[in-house]
Design a protein around this ligand. Sequence first.
Ligand code: 8YV
Length: 314
Amino acid sequence: SRSDKHILVVSAIRPRHMEELAAKYELHRWDQATDKDAFLANVADRIAALVSTAGVGVPTELIGKLPNLRVITSFGVGYDAIDIAACTARGIRVSNTPDVLNDDVADTAIMLLLATLRRLVVGDHWARSGQWSEKGAMPLTTTARGKKLGIVGLGRIGQAIAARAEPIGMEIGYFGRSKKPVDYHYEADLIGLANWADVLMISCPGGAATQGIINADVLKALGPRGFVINIARGSVIDEPALIAALRDGVIAGAGLDVFHNEPHMDRAFAEFENVVLYPHNASGTVETRDAMAQMVVDNLAQWFADGTLVSPVN
Ligand code: 8YV
């Protein structure tokens, strides 16, 4: 029955899906509690399931305070903000929401790539501000056609990006832990890929294994005509090194959906004309966010029915 299915809400999903969950389960809104410790003291023992979002994650010390926690259903494909090893050690299952966001994230990657090379934001400002009528044509930009796209992480999203870059006329290369059965150019190390590429596309998972791998050396290898696009995690890039590279002309520009310390993005980025910014919104369409929320609902329903998950992480 509903009264013995207790779920802790660490970060809420879509309103309609929250209503659906509230009708089926006892929801405990940790996200809305002001005194979180007092709130937890009353419910901790009853919590079997937890709902959160990729951006917010789950504090590891919170997991430690929930002795009967068995499952975490996370909204988003990335799970770098959840300590999966700690969950596995305690027998806590984790699910994410893969695949349903691949197309929108890949579209955003291409949107940022083209907006950066073609200087969409500068052009928009040129038209809006009246510079067009005062000064004439805006400065020329860079074509994507014929350029080399170096993809860091050719997973499901990376492959969806490659499939879109091909008809634009880009040559595709990639770096990852293993060579894949694809016709694209493979580089076994990141400096090699950065040397080869005109545009470096970051689409690998976040977390300890990729922390700061796009560092000053990689940016130097990419060079003064090279661009970085990041739709993965801010943590993958050494951000002070990126800011220095943009300031000093070490690279030509960047298109960024993700940052360190979101949503408190480093204001230095706002000063660069050769940068296009998007506020971690690559999956942010009504359609895709609804599909992701439905996967959270489905994972919970299946877990409460038979103890299995639609899209397990561990
Ligand atoms: C998140 C994301 O869903 O899927 C991911 O890993 O980063 C986004 O799609 C969004 O930030 C909500 O947490």
